[in-house]
Design a binder for this molecule. Structure first.
Ligand code: IMP
Ligand code: MG
Length: 176
């Protein structure tokens, strides 16, 4: 089936690959004396997560969380529900949240509260993309792949109504 919505390229496949490798190197060095728990936020982060894990130089534990936010059209409602929690025990462990894109920051604010209740030793955030301009709450992000403009981003796991996740590059929806 042909996609009729136009996607404009923003970040090429090779550029993503290079940056993911750099992020993995930096994280591996920062956590060289521990086995961090990488927590991927479903579904958007799954492609990034898989590529990042395979570039890591240290052992890691992998787990996933799924959240849903209501009433979200173009603006985040901030009303978030946990659809799938952690399976791993993280008490006393070092957590790194792996997120696809930070927009308002409301999802991560909710997730930080949820994860803090599990009493981990530490929590850091790694986001492939940061739409800084749209931030509504202050979130400490330790690792950022790329800053992106205020556009609707798709590709490399990130969707528009479940579409475009399969694109190997990162782009945005072009509006007429
Ligand atoms: P936030 O709570 O507003 O920071 O939104 C974060 C979540 O909204 C991300 O994890 C994405 O799943 C989704 N999201 C935000 N911006 C975009 C976008 O441009 N394209 C696709 N999904 C997005
Ligand atoms: Mg997401």
């Amino acid at each position: 089936m042909k996609e009729e919505i136009k996607v404009k390229r923003l970040i090429a496949e090779e550029e993503i690959k290079k940056r993911v490798k750099e992020l993995a190197k930096e994280i591996s060095s920062d956590y060289k004396n521990s086995v961090p728990v990488l927590v991927g936020i479903l579904k958007g982060s799954w492609v990034f997560f898989a590529d990042l894990v395979r570039e890591m130089k240290i052992p890691v534990i992998c787990d996933f969380i799924s959240i849903a936010s209501y009433g979200k059209k173009t603006k985040s409602s901030g009303r978030i529900k946990l659809e799938k929690g952690l399976r791993e025990k993280v008490k006393g462990k070092e957590i790194i949240i792996i997120e696809d894109i930070i927009d308002t920051g409301l999802s991560l604010k909710y997730l930080l509260q949820y994860l803090k209740r599990k009493k981990p030793k530490s929590i850091a955030i790694c986001a492939l993309l940061d739409k800084e301009e749209r931030r509504e709450v202050k979130i400490p992000v330790k690792y950022v792949g790329f800053k992106v403009p205020n556009k609707f981003i798709v590709g490399y796991g990130i969707d528009y109504a479940e579409r475009f996740r399969y694109l190997p590059y990162i782009g945005y929806i072009e509006r007429e």
